[in-house]
Design a protein around this ligand. Sequence first.
Ligand code: ADP
Length: 540
Amino acid sequence: MDGLMMNYPLTLVHLLERVNQLFGKVEVVSRLPDRSIHRYTYADFYRRARQLAKALQQAGIQRGDRVATLMWNHYRHLEAYFGIPACGAVTHTLNLRLHPNEIGYIANHAGDRILIVDDVLLPLFERFKNHARFERVLVVPHSATAGGYENYEDFIVRGEGAFDYPRLEENEAAAMCYTSGTTGKPKGVLYSHRALVLHSFAFALPDAFAVGQKDVLMALAPMFHANSHGIPYVGVMLGAKLVLPGPHVDGESLLELFQSQQVTVTTAVPTVWLMILEGLEKDPGRWRLAPKLRGLVGGSAPPESMIRGLDRHGVRILHLWGMTETTPAATVSRLKSYMRELSIEQKYAVRCRQGWPLPFVEIRAMGIQGEVPWDGETVGELQVRGPWVAASYYNMPEESRRWTEDGWFCTGDVCTIDSEGFMKIVDRTKDMIKSGGEWISSVDLESALMDHPAVRQAAVIAVPHPKWDERPLAVIVCKDGEKLDENDLCSYLGQKFSKWQLPDAFVFVNELPHTSTGKLLKSALREQYKGWKWAEGGRV
Ligand code: ADP
């Protein structure tokens, strides 16, 4: 027997209407490319997002058409996040940190019809415009010049007046984002209204990231990557004040904005948190941050010393794991009610794990012989399923092997799961080091190295070895004014690792390559060091 409840669609349109009706006075604060601060309210946002929706409809945009954005995090990008889906189309966020050829490839693959681009990004657009096939280009005028293109402001003026939303179904597509290609060709993930709404609900839960209307949310992760970790949707759903930092994401600019806006929740990758920590350490006592600032970290594994360091400055770090394919939040590391008695050391060990799945997300670790036990030791490939996990990529049938026959998504991450359900990422399949038939986790070595007080950054990669197949090589950036040698680091690591797991070589450099989303670009390092000549002997 069916339940007798209304079949009410979970769409972003409802969130847009609600935020105006109930929270129209709440502010959205943006830092613009010229560093000036722009403020308006959710009522202004609502009016303009609807204008955009109507103008797009009048311009012939149909249900399911893709409208691309090439923009920093600011209020007009937020308008695109909601205005485009409100007319039934799909917001496709292009990653401005990719190579222009790659951006062009992605825009064509997605079949984007219109592009909305920040004027300050026009030089980037010029570099791929001949490869892309946009019918129209709308330029967001930060500095009063649209460079000969149509002006976004003139465009949305045409959408003034009443607007009738199309009646959208919750499973229709609302947004699109391509994976940033850390492991292979970029692949398009197509989010439905329903997935974005349910993800926002789960994100806000007290046992997830505990966000409410009284919070001040900063969308710090780029809005062109994994929906800025979902913060813009959560902010609008709750009617919480939203802060958008524009292109200014260095430690000092962020701390300034945290302080002036009294931000209480934000998310970032470890590289950005490390920058913020350095800013706090450099000038202790300078910054007056909100007393309950919660920082979510994900995207790669945060070193324990970073979590401890931010704790010392009153920034409470919560660890999440997720992917573009999981909207992105899928697991969170939180102590359970009966874990209060754990020692401080044990609590940190738990917080360094990637955590347990949010409601409706299921996880399992698969070995060669099937699912591995939840014993915290046996490793397997992490697989996930749930209502905000992608069911396939956009127009890429060749990638269907990423889904199992019984409907799980194969993440490409290797993990353990303990008896409490805490998942720990051991590595990405491609980054594990296979030494003499045993596996070494590059992530564990990196995290331990980064805990050394004189190390700023560390990458550990597999380098071919004539006898052992592969051996670990560590590439280290020391903190300013610090000097280290191999012996220092080996004896430091020796406290945690067996001798055969230690890197056979350490290289000291001034900086490490990063991906467009601030992760270590290990493929570039592997390429650079593939011909490494190992010294005689070694550690095995
Ligand atoms: P990309 O493939 O470009 O890196 P994503 O941003 O979707 O794209 O990255 C997802 C990957 O990031 C995960 O598969 C995982 O390897 C890594 N990751 C995400 N969160 C964490 C975390 N908390 N700890 C370790 N790795 C993480």
